[in-house]
Design a protein around this ligand. Structure first.
Ligand SMILES: *Cc1c(COP(=O)(O)O)cnc(C)c1O
Length: 476
């Protein structure tokens, strides 16, 4: 299986090249060149497999023996999921009125990004050890991605990670989950600025290809197709838990930001999985306007109770449009130019293809989030996070119309969002882990306004490379 760009400027990339580069050189996003199919018979034969085993089966459709031998691939998944706190990896909660909640948050950082980043970290480690070379990851985080990325690579000898967070703009728990990790390969910077200010540093450094190559700089962002690939596993797993006979259709309700989960779902659907998707969003997201008439204008983002979903443009739409236009890279280039100009116009045929599989639900502000948290607690004594609540809110307003199976993805643990739960007038869950965080020693470097952040981070990357030189140079 080879990988190519949605915009047609790169093709024939191996799994390893796709993994390590993360993005396409033409500014597009990487996807497999062919979409494999999984027959109903094969699907049925996967029912009952343990999570890591199922991951291996799905990944084997995209990663060949010549990329990674089967026994190594199996070990990568076993190691990644061994960091989860429950043996099922992804348990399902069956609640009142047929509501099914898929708990994606039992990884170390208590959010669903652990599921893909734990695998990504182990894939990196596998190839870096094989090549005996070192890599530095650079992450700008506005919340969950930073801690999941740190947890994915802490203690690895071939990987260092530099995380930059906007000081005072993320929750205390989110910050402590990063700053209290004391492994020597983890470097956390608290910047006095917004995520957009920090993004400039990332763009400056990645905008220097010679520097990127010399220091083996990479980003574990969700632009990396490996993350989408691995996210298919929880979609298949949920499907097979609810319908082991593989003869029903599932409506998967996805709290959506960048649309990584939905893209994984759309790919699984292309492969033959009988599933469709509800993108549950807050009103920052322009997805519902795009689906209504193909058009949208981008504006300002405001803060909601569900910060991980405060995203206007779901960047994975580029992949979805590619899937829904039979891989028309000329069209994708045109649409993405319009996105850059802030005014999108999606052709009707592509929209129609999307509408067959995707529905959008926009939650009515923080009030509806709070009332979903409250109702879920009152009916079940079950706590949900404010992101999950947006999916549950869809279920509460449409549950009676849903024919067949449905499930809501729970994207983060309620333990991470005590303020939203308190605001919903629901008892706040007590957790020893959260108490520990507050009293644990923390380590970070503060960068102030007016300092040259790019120069400081650049010097840090150089210092790391000097301490941990690669034995071999990077392939050109
Ligand atoms: C990242 C994230 C989302 C959004 O997921 P996408 O796949 O990018 O749409 C939703 N909820 C939480 C808690 C997240 O961390």
């Amino acid at each position: 299986m080879k990988y190519h760009s949605t915009r047609g400027g790169a093709s024939g990339m191996s799994f390893k090249d796709m993994l390590l580069s993360g993005y396409a050189c033409d500014g597009g996003m990487l996807l497999p060149e062919n979409i494999p199919t999984v027959s109903r018979e094969t699907l049925r034969s996967w029912a009952g497999l343990p999570y890591a085993e199922l991951a291996f089966k799905i990944a084997s459709c995209f990663i060949e023996e010549s990329d990674i031998p089967a026994s190594d691939l199996q070990r990568i998944f076993e190691q990644a999921y061994s960091t989860f706190s429950v043996p099922e990896v992804v348990p399902l909660a069956h609640l009142k009125d047929g509501l099914v909640v898929v708990e994606l948050f039992h990884g170390r950082s208590l959010a669903f990004k652990d599921l893909s980043l734990a695998c990504l970290g182990n894939f990196y480690n596998y190839f870096l050890r094989e090549d005996d070379r070192h890599m530095t990851l650079l992450v700008c985080t506005s919340g969950d991605t930073g801690s999941a990325a740190i947890e994915a690579v802490r203690g690895f000898d071939k990987v260092d990670i530099i995380v930059m967070l906007p000081r005072g703009r993320i929750t205390q728990i989110q910050e402590l989950m990063m700053t209290t990790v004391l492994d020597s390969n983890v470097h956390v910077y608290r910047m006095d600025g917004s995520s957009d200010d920090i993004d400039i540093v990332v763009r400056d450094l990645f905008g220097d290809p010679a520097f990127v190559q010399q220091h083996n700089l990479a980003s574990p962002s969700s632009l990396n197709f490996t993350r989408v690939l691995v996210q298919m596993v929880h979609i298949y797993y949920t499907y097979l838990q609810l319908c082991p006979s593989a003869d029903c259709e599932l409506e998967m309700i996805c709290p959506t930001g960048g649309a990584g989960n939905v893209t994984a779902g759309m790919l699984a659907r292309e492969m033959g999985l009988p599933a469709k998707f509800v993108c549950a969003v807050n009103d920052n997201n322009v997805l519902s306007r795009i689906m209504d008439n193909g058009q949208c204008n981008l504006g300002d983002v405001h803060v909601t109770l569900a910060p991980a979903m405060d995203i206007q443009f779901a960047y994975n739409l580029e992949r979805i449009w590619h899937l829904c236009s039979n891989g028309d890279s000329t069209l994708i280039k045109k649409i993405m130019k319009e996105v850059d100009d802030g005014n999108v116009n999606v052709p009707v045929n592509v929209l129609n293809a999307m509408k067959k599989a995707i529905k959008v639900y926009t939650v009515k502000g923080d009030e509806e989030i709070k009332s979903a948290i409250k109702r879920c607690w009152d009916e079940n004594e079950y706590n949900i996070c404010p992101h999950t609540a947006i999916g549950v809110a869809y279920y509460y307003s449409h549950g009676k119309d849903i024919k067949g199976l449905s499930a809501v993805l729970a994207t983060a643990s309620p333990l991470k969002f005590p303020d939203a739960i308190k605001a919903s007038e629901v008892p706040v869950p007590n957790s020893e882990r959260m108490h520990q965080l507050v009293v644990s020693p923390a380590r970070h470097i503060d960068l102030e306004k007016g300092q040259d952040w790019t120069a400081i981070i650049r010097a840090k990357v150089e210092e790391i490379s000097q301490q941990k030189p690669s034995q071999t140079t990077v392939d050109p």
